[in-house]
Design a protein around this ligand. Structure first.
Ligand code: NAD
Length: 478
């Protein structure tokens, strides 16, 4: 018997959770349920995180959390409970299988069977944002080596466990050479450890276009957080409906399972929502807790129900579907099919032990790190970069000389183009001669000079070389 935490959530949440639990128990899942309250009611009671402290204790104690969708009220500084849960519990891996159910669910892509594995904790979702000038705000994109290694290894282990042939990586490392570049490099390193699995990399824009056009070319796809968030919804939608896909969020200690869709307030309380997405999440949960036989039984009964044409209204189609049913009727039809396998759709078979265990992350020996310069970001309302260069030169020290000014990343000094549009947010790069090492005192001197010349510095970013290799981007056009 495994104790799990359940939250029924908001909108259609309670309806689809009741239907899902009914199927699980009828199939013989050995689970005991601790129910907690999260979401709208908790938010509106004045708790901006959407969850009580005592509920965290239950989640952390049970380690397995089945969560229905919740409504995050608009405005008012309410934090997304999903993002908080993933990060607090270290749920670094988000797994979203997207499979076509052709010809029973209408789709332009009858052959589609892909699994999107999305990094779940970092990237722009670190949520570190600042307004720096009147005109410019920033969001920090953080990508870490452990984050990349864990998610990429998870993708290859997943492929190995589920007999998948290929793992594809999507990044935008032609532009973001440091952040996405690290993700891609780690992908190449780890791919070598799995010679039996094909690997490939696509730049995300053409990769996404190919997923939308010819998804049958893909198998497992691994990518950083934001791309994965967007593309997994696209992938689920083009199988026929977002209402069909489930999602697992897995960490070293805890895991959370859910549907990928939201709380669908437009159809809440009507008893017509499709419980399939949450049920798919629950099937992944059963695999995670080692109840693979029950998972297999439910999954096959669900496929048979879809194949029988018993459909909720979101996927119901004249001439294809046989019977339009509500949430609970659909659950009852799945229950009636327990023990049966689909005849036309491909049934599933799960290995007895399908739990993916990764080796503990091993931190590498640190590189030799040397400080070779600094980018000083300046709030300045002028328009002529030559004028700013004159001012910035007044900040120079013996070891740090102005080498470049950019505006939103594009070089505007020296030799900028007068056509380039400039905001009030400038980056002045100060470098040592030939990348020789400087000290923190050089930067302090530079900033002291800025204050005495009334230059409004809004941020400094140190420039480092690691093992002698410059580890910062050049200005565009440099
Ligand atoms: P949504 O996914 O709730 O709904 C989009 C459309 O899909 C709606 O027309 C809805 O009726 C339909 N739909 C969704 N699930 C369905 C199902 N199971 N059966 C039948 N039809 C279904 O997206 P939204 O309207 O953008 O968001 C509504 C709320 O959900 C928002 O408050 C949002 O913050 C929240 N949300 C929560 C989660 C989560 O808890 N994991 C995820 C996404 C959105």
């Amino acid at each position: 018997m495994t104790r799990i935490t359940v939250a029924k959530g908001d909108g259609i949440g309670p309806e689809i959770m009741d239907a899902t639990l009914r199927i699980l128990l009828a199939a013989g899942a050995k689970i005991e349920v601790d129910e907690i309250e999260v979401g709208e009611k908790v938010y509106l009671s004045g708790n901006t995180s959407g969850i009580e402290k005592s509920s965290w204790d239950v989640i952390r104690n049970n380690k397995v959390f089945l969560k229905a969708p919740i409504t995050t009220p608009q405005g008012g500084g309410y934090k997304s409970l999903n993002v908080t849960t993933r990060k607090f519990l270290g749920l670094y891996s988000n797994i979203r299988p997207c499979v076509s159910l052709h010809p029973y669910v209408k789709t332009k892509h009858p052959q589609m069977d892909i699994v999107i594995i999305r990094e779940n904790e970092e990237d722009l979702y670190a949520g570190i944002e600042h307004q720096q000038t009147d005109e410019v705000v920033q969001c920090l994109k953080l990508i870490s080596r452990p984050g990349c290694e864990k998610i990429v290894r998870y993708a290859f282990e997943y492929a190995r466990m589920y007999g998948r042939k290929k793992v594809t990586c999507f990044t935008k490392d032609n532009i973001m050479k440091q952040t996405d570049g690290l993700f891609h490099r780690v992908f190449n390193e780890i791919a070598k450890e799995y010679p039996e699995i094909q690997n490939e990399h696509w730049i995300i824009d053409i990769g996404a276009a190919k997923v939308a056009d010819t998804p049958e070319q893909f198998d497992v796809i691994v990518m950083p957080n934001l791309y994965g968030d967007i593309l997994s919804d696209v992938a689920a939608q083009i199988t026929g409906s977002v209402g069909l896909a489930g999602s697992a969020n897995v960490g070293d200690q805890c895991a959370m399972f859910e549907a990928i869709h939201g709380s669908a307030p437009d159809i809440a309380g009507k008893g017509i929502a499709n419980p399939s997405g949450l049920l798919q999440g629950a099937v992944m949960m059963l695999i995670h807790i080692g109840q693979t036989e029950v998972a297999e039984k439910i999954h096959n009964a669900w496929l048979k129900t879809i194949e029988d044409g018993i459909h909720t209204s979101d996927i119901y189609k004249e001439n294809v579907s046989k019977q339009k049913v509500g949430t609970m009727e659909f659950a009852d039809a799945v229950i009636a099919n327990l023990g049966k396998t689909p005849e036309k759709l491909k049934g599933v078979q799960y290995l007895k032990d399908s739990i993916i265990r990764l080796p503990k992350y091993q931190r590498k020996a640190p590189a030799k790190k040397s400080l070779v310069g600094v980018d000083i970001f300046v709030h300045w309302s002028g328009t002529n970069p030559d004028e700013l260069a004159e001012k910035a030169k007044m900040m120079e020290t013996q070891n740090l000389k102005l080498s470049m000014i950019t505006n939103r990343g594009i070089k505007v000094w020296p030799e900028g183009f007068e056509e380039t549009f400039c905001t009030d947010h400038w980056r002045c790069r100060f470098k040592s001669d030939e990348n020789s090492s400087i000290s923190g005192n050089d930067i302090i001197q530079l900033l002291t000079n800025a204050i005495s010349h009334k230059i409004d510095t809004i941020k400094t970013e140190n420039l480092y070389a690691f093992d002698g290799i410059a580890a910062f981007s050049l200005g565009q056009g440099q």
